[in-house]
Design a protein around this ligand. Sequence first.
Ligand code: FHN
Length: 575
Amino acid sequence: MEKMNELWGSTASCLSAESPKAAYFRQSKFAMFVHWGLYSQAGGQWNGKTYHGITEWLMCTANISAKDYAELAKEFNPSEFNAADFVATAKAAGMKYIIITAKHHEGFAMFKSADPFNIYDATPFKRDPMAELAEECRKQGLGLGFYYSQFQDWQAYNRWDESLKNADFNDYFQNKCLPQIKELLTNYGKLALIWFDTPGAMTEEQSRKIVELVHEYQPDALVNSRIGNGVGDYSSMNDNEVPAERIPGLWECIRTSNNSWGYSDIDQDFCSGKEILHDLISVTARGGTFMVNVGPDRKGRIPAPCRHALLETGKWMQKYGETVIYGADSSPWNAARQWGDCTRRGNKTYFILNNWTPGGTITDYGFPGKISKIVWLGGNKTVEFKQDDAFLKLTLPFERGEELYEVLEVHCSEPIPELNENILVVTPENPCRLPAEQAVLTGAELKHDFWAERFGEFIYVNIIHNWQPGGKAKWDFELSEPGYYRISIRYQKVDLANRVWKISDESGTVIERWLPDAQQLPPPPLQTEPTARMHTAKAGVIFFRNAGHHTLSLESTRPELGSELQVAELILEHF
Ligand code: FHN
């Protein structure tokens, strides 16, 4: 079986960000993704056994035949589904459109279709939830889009069901896929987007055929890149991945609200409103659009903790969304700051604070504009600041924050440009990260690593690896205050033995550190952070005599030990 990520296809897309057709997408910024299907009836359980990870793949992970799986339809009766409440919840969260699985890989249509394996004809529910949603979206002024799994249809053919192994893709494509897409494009009024997934081995001709259908019946609807073969309008990033640096063009990030797209009986690991906002802010700051998933249960209800988180997000969005998020431009800086992140609109830049001390200061470097005034939006007070050619330092006018994220509005007399190079700052105000992707590497390489700890819930980390003898990672940064700083290394555990590593600054100060073997570390706590593979070790303390430009280098001193250190970042904390 191909790995799931190998089915994603390339993220190449064709529409220019300046195209009028893109305006809706660029303006909206925040959307609800919904995964709902027969897998929600099973909730990750089959024959008394629980399957961890993403539940919409249950048919595959539990090796269920198409015939046995189809039995689920007889019990599926989501009688508590309420389209009005659904749309109202998305709206209250600050979302601008909903994209819902009209058909996922399982092959079951969540709409009334000529193909009989659908929610209207094959279940006791006897309703068309897509029609109900379409009507409510229109009433409440939200956009609607359909997810359609165009390549994988496990009722038509799959790898584990002997009777379907050699089924003809073209037969499915002509007689189920294209007719169902046409039904979706013609029976539900105006659609904002059509979201395809896992194009796998589809040919360019097949991808184009689908896009032509969309253009014919829904000329304004956007198509995501997972249509395959570079013929989509905008790029969908990998599942659950938020990029570390600015990306030009039209793109989106998608994430789960727990560890599964489809409903799971056992997964209560929901993210908070603040965590959803964190990613929404990061994605906006990098130039993209963000979509967070809801997995309704077998009765058609949004899980309560998920609803709670969305409404928390919504309270903040109500106050700040129009100013800071919808239609906003990316941060002037290329990557997140030590204290938080930024978005931009003309002459104003919004500093959205994440790591800060009440009444404390925030320092940064290289802000590309002459600041006239800074206003704390939460308290409508001006903020004292000092700006010279290099550093910007401001004093927070509040003793404690009231908001999930406090926002400072930074005024300049001219529009703020984008900085293209990375600027790293180290201050005593927060633990400061020097990340792998911002190191200059000689004799070592950067790897974008990712894995799933259960099944399908991907975790990403940038790693420096493949160190050659004498290999070096060097970070350049601006230090706002001299003094002692503790350095820690965050690294990925590998099964090899001892490593000895050296950290030095430009004056040659050296910290030599032996990092323990994975086996000697305590077992990781059970959580969804990439802790099962990532570890942070204190390396030592270093003294910087002066403020200003500094470098730190990391290198191996005992290459003969042959071990591979996989470094994600150095962390500096004032000591
Ligand atoms: O296989 C699907 C998965 O079930 C889910 O729908 C995600 C959402 O992006 N897409 C595929 C994997 O990337």
